[in-house]
Design a protein around this ligand. Structure first.
Ligand code: KIV
Ligand code: NA
Length: 264
């Protein structure tokens, strides 16, 4: 199969073909997901929670992100490899450039940053320096202490409009992909329709251009609780390869997420 790229993902959006994504943190799972045809593998800073047992993603360091990015990128042939910039690693544009370089050297093809308007200069600078950027709006877990918990975002009219404005501004600044987390289905639909770049949802309803899940959630092995928007595919399939394949097929065919896995 041909290597997935920012341009092939854009072509998928235009052709109405849903994009599939999973988190991955090591070479073995990354290889398995890649072989099953998952389009994007994200080295998420969720590794703080699912690998390290932390309560939040905040303690994760850039060195840890680079280490896991190296582990994943080594074994991937087809999927696009994307890595999270961890908490406070992009507080200023200069810090963002230094730290993005560490992830790109470790084999990432794209980096992901959480936030809206305040990031515009940083995003422009990264793109000018040849680092492809994915935005992340809605429930941005690095801001959990500001939100006061892991809560659905954009329920109020005013906040929904602010999120749409942020998404448009990020696209203008140069992001080539957007992750949208834990927002009402109607807002996920609006943002995906307004942007020309692909929008990958998690708890953002079925109208986004693609879906992403944390691998530990979709395999039902998370140490913590199972989020409403996730689904345990291993319990259905009894086999990891089949579980991943089933997830891919259900996303492609619009079966996942159903309303049971979405917020209205
Ligand atoms: O860290 C992560 O796993 C993520 C996804 C949930 C999008 O950012
Ligand atoms: Na993340």
């Amino acid at each position: 199969m041909k290597k997935v790229s920012v341009s092939s993902l854009l072509a998928q959006k235009k052709a109405n073909q849903k994009i599939t994504a999973l988190t991955a943190y090591d070479a073995s799972f990354a290889k398995l997901f890649d072989e099953q045809g998952i389009d994007i593998l994200l080295i998420g800073d969720s590794l703080g929670m699912v690998l390290q047992g932390e309560e939040t993603t905040l303690p994760v360091t850039i060195e840890q992100m680079a280490y896991h990015t190296r582990c994943v990128s080594k074994s991937v042939q087809t999927a696009l490899v994307m890595a999270d910039m961890p908490f406070m690693s992009y507080a200023t544009p200069a810090q963002a450039y230094d730290n993005a370089a560490k992830l790109m050297s470790a084999g990432a093809q794209m980096v992901k940053l959480e936030g809206g308007e305040w990031l515009l200069e940083t995003i422009q600078g990264l793109v000018q320096r040849s680092v492809p950027v994915c935005g992340h709006l809605g429930l941005t877990p690095q801001s959990v202490n500001v939100f006061g918990g892991f809560k659905v975002q954009g329920r109020e009219e005013e906040k929904a409009q602010k999120l749409i404005d942020d998404a448009i501004a990020l696209e203008k600044a140069g992001i080539q992909l957007l992750v949208l987390e834990c927002v009402p289905t109607s807002l996920g639909q609006k943002v995906s329709a307004k942007l020309s770049i692909p929008v990958i949802g998690i708890g953002a309803g079925s109208h986004t251009d693609g879906q992403i899940l944390v691998m530990h959630d979709m395999l039902g092995i998370s140490a913590n609780y199972m989020p409403k928007f996730s689904k345990n595919y291993l319990i259905e399939c009894g086999d990891i390869r089949q579980a991943v394949c089933q997830y891919k097929e259900e996303v492609r065919n619009g079966i996942f997420p159903s309303s049971a896995h979405s917020f209205e």
